[in-house]
Ligand binder design. Structure first.
Ligand SMILES: Cc1cc2nc3c(=O)[nH]c(=O)nc-3n(C[C@H](O)[C@H](O)[C@H](O)COP(=O)(O)O)c2cc1C
Length: 286
């Protein structure tokens, strides 16, 4: 059973919690801007993502406060200057990022309040955050207001004009997610750290045509023992095992005698966890 919710019949603050809890984890744009008097501002925005690589476009949303329908300093600054640096948030600076979300008075520099260092940019005059592993200098192309009431967002559409990345975050010339150690926002006060077991690699060719769920025998797809992920691992294979392979794995694991279905599926699940997916399918089809 699923619990249903009608956005039109809910308090905005409750709807907000459902949305941020469900659309998660979200990357965090740590946005630095200048106001018209040259005061530096820094604030986190997790209604944020990348939407295009050519041109390189990032979008984040600055929302009207639900409590009093006021708008935020980052939006005011961007309306004037049309420039921002979007800094990535790594584990090392996550508490400083969180502290910067306090509603300090306009003109107060969050850089000073949270102990982060402004770092001169290359193309725009707004500084980035030195301690952040990635700084993306942006020119704001458009701002789209999504409503007039508390909770309404303003989409801030940014074109990236320069990217600076800590050289220590690369392995063999490629950005290394383990070294980046990025943080993401979830619902309520929860965050997730993209490191260790939280990172999972899935190799998936988009051009090779795999067997698919509909190509697998029914008793595999309807297994009470194998999980959806385990069945998917086999559905990703490009070809079925041949008779020789089937006989060989049956011999290896069960002395050539096919056991009861439950035992067979349990063994296949173990093989899949050991990354022996071809072997698992051969055993199930033996
Ligand atoms: C991790 C995190 C993510 C946030 N994401 C958003 C967001 O996407 N949109 C928003 O309007 N406020 C968001 N906030 C709240 C703002 O950071 C907060 O209102 C801040 O005071 C705004 O600062 P400013 O007035 O200097 O722009 C977020 C806060 C945190 C801690």
């Amino acid at each position: 059973m699923k619990k249903g919710f009608d956005p039109k019949n809910m308090a905005t603050k409750d709807l907000h919690q459902l949305i941020i809890g469900s659309v998660a984890p979200r990357p965090i744009a740590f946005v630095s801007t200048f106001d018209e008097n040259g005061n530096l501002n820094l604030a986190p925005y997790s209604f944020f993502n990348a939407f295009s690589s050519n041109p390189p476009i990032l979008v984040f949303s600055s929302n009207r406060r639900v409590t009093n329908n006021t708008t935020k300093d980052t939006l005011h600054n961007i309306l004037t200057t049309k420039k921002a640096v979007i800094n990535a948030v790594s584990y090392d600076i996550v508490r400083q990022m969180s502290l910067s979300s306090v509603e300090f008075d306009p003109g107060v520099s969050e850089f000073e309040k949270v102990g982060l260092t402004p770092q001169p940019s290359h193309v725009i005059d707004v500084p980035g955050v030195k301690e952040s592993p990635v700084n993306m200098e942006c020119v704001v192309k458009d701002i789209i207001a999504l409503g007039e009431h508390g909770g309404a967002g303003h989409l801030i559409i940014c074109e990236v004009v320069y990217i600076s990345i800590d050289e220590n975050k690369f392995t063999d010339g490629k950005l290394d997610p383990y070294k980046l150690d990025l943080m993401a926002r979830m619902g309520r006060n929860y965050y997730v750290r993209a490191n260790g077991d939280a990172i999972m690699e899935i190799h998936q060719s988009v051009t090779d045509k795999p067997i698919g769920f509909d190509g697998l025998p029914d008793d595999i797809v309807k297994s009470n023992i194998l999980t959806g992920n385990e069945i998917a691992a086999m559905a990703c294979l490009l070809q079925f095992p041949d008779a020789e392979e089937k006989q060989k794995v049956l011999q290896t694991h069960f002395n050539g005698i096919k056991p009861a279905k439950e035992l067979l599926h349990q063994k296949a699940a173990v093989l899949i966890r050991e990354k022996k997916v071809e072997e698992a399918l051969a055993l199930l089809m033996a």
